[in-house]
Design a binder for this molecule. Structure first.
Ligand code: NAP
Ligand code: ZN
Ligand code: ZN
Length: 343
């Protein structure tokens, strides 16, 4: 393989296992940096995209958007980052910087969001990526790379709504799903002063959920346990994308309560409950750049630490399968064992 070639892992078609894939380095734009990937987390969004759940995936598709690595090339206008700097990169690798939302500092809502993903053209299951330098975040020196990687997507995605929607001085929250996002949400929520109930389909996760900081644990299929928390929560953070008993779940919200959707489940809701209890339903997408920087400092200051399983990147298909089967505990981070092969 010529030294200028990048080695990644790509799905060639919908739902297919990833295969080694070599490609020419994309051109470095004025504001861009090239980053040699050392670590990349496996987010469930990668799997949805491999399966083309969003209807926007183009193949060959190289997933991966919880990236840590070292800057290896810097565009002419890319100020603030030097070669050799360690940076983190999340789902968003660029934005138009011109639309109403970018101008308001809500870059995650950019009108050109489909082209803003870090995996355009190719993502972080790879020897290197190119992103706009304004979406490559210098990391706290003492933060281990596998920790930072998970914070870049799972971390900011749960931190952002926890900051935005704490309505009361000591709010009660239900966190639905104890996976990559959920186990971090428990940790952040605890530090932010919430009384935390983890709601999980996996009874065996109880001890770990309590160790992450949950005050209570309920098995979602346990109708008796769920009925005990009717009208119990100010906020529900839903991180699952599978089957949910929506009626039961929504009735655990207090009047005026809010359900925040982070995962992508099929939602079937009874309008009577929503109207009569004055409930709000909100989607929440990653976080803007300011939130990302704030989250990194907050996580470092409060010792927020994802539970990580490290695996070599060459075993990416095994990692994806573990996530599909809900077996990851609680985030798999791929360590690049192809460094030195490509650029
Ligand atoms: P994950 O690690 O796989 O965790 C999801 C959790 O959902 C599982 O651990 C499991 O928790 C629960 N679950 C319930 N039913 C399930 C089913 N049928 N299949 C798999 N899991 C099921 O996923 P993640 O990386 O945390 O991502 C969670 C969701 O958030 C995904 O839909 C992902 O695409 C989305 N996401 C959204 C954003 C955003 O910006 N909004 C950012 C990142 C990810 P229990 O065992 O405790 O039930
Ligand atoms: Zn993600
Ligand atoms: Zn924009």
């Amino acid at each position: 393989m010529p030294p200028s070639t990048i080695l990644g892992y790509a799905a060639r078609a919908v739902g297919q296992p990833l295969e080694p894939f070599t490609y020419e380095p994309p051109q470095l734009g004025e504001h861009d940096v090239r980053v040699s990937v050392t670590h990349c987390g496996v987010c469930h969004t990668d799997i949805h995209a491999i399966d083309d759940y969003y209807g926007i995936t183009t193949y060959p598709f190289v997933p991966g958007h919880e990236i840590v690595g070292y800057v290896s090339a810097v565009g002419r206008e890319a100020s603030g980052l030097k070669e050799g700097a360690r940076v983190g990169i999340g789902w968003q690798g660029r934005s138009c910087m011109r639309c109403e939302w970018c101008l308001k500092g809500e870059e995650q809502l950019c009108m050109d969001i489909v082209q803003s993903g870090t995996w355009v053209p190719y993502g972080g299951f790879s020897s290197s990526v190119i992103v706009d330098s304004r979406f490559a975040y210098p990391l706290p020196e003492a933060m281990p790379s596998q920790v930072a990687a998970v914070l870049m997507c799972a971390g900011v995605t749960v931190y952002s709504p926890l900051r935005s929607y704490a309505a009361h001085p000591s709010p009660k929250i239900g966190i639905v799903g104890v996976g990559g996002l959920g186990h971090l949400a428990i940790q952040f929520a605890r530090v932010l002063g919430y009384e935390v109930t983890a709601i999980s389909s996996s009874p065996e996760k109880k001890e770990e959920a309590l160790a992450f900081g949950a005050d209570h644990f309920i098995v979602s299929d346990d109708r008796t346990g769920m009925r005990q928390v009717l009208f119990g929560f100010d906020l529900l953070l839903c991180t699952v994308s599978g089957r949910i008993d929506w009626e039961l779940l929504v009735n655990t919200l207090k009047k005026n309560g809010r359900l925040v959707l982070l995962g992508f489940p099929d939602v079937v809701l009874n309008s009577t409950d929503l109207v009569a209890h004055q409930l709000s339903i909100t989607g929440s997408f990653i976080g803007n750049r300011a939130r990302m920087r704030e989250m990194l400092s907050f996580a470092q200051a409060h010792g927020i630490t994802p539970a990580v399983e490290l695996m070599p990147m060459s075993r990416v298909n095994e990692a994806l399968q573990r996530v599909r089967e809900n077996k990851a505990r609680y985030r798999i981070v791929l360590v690049n064992d192809t460094v030195g092969v490509g650029i």
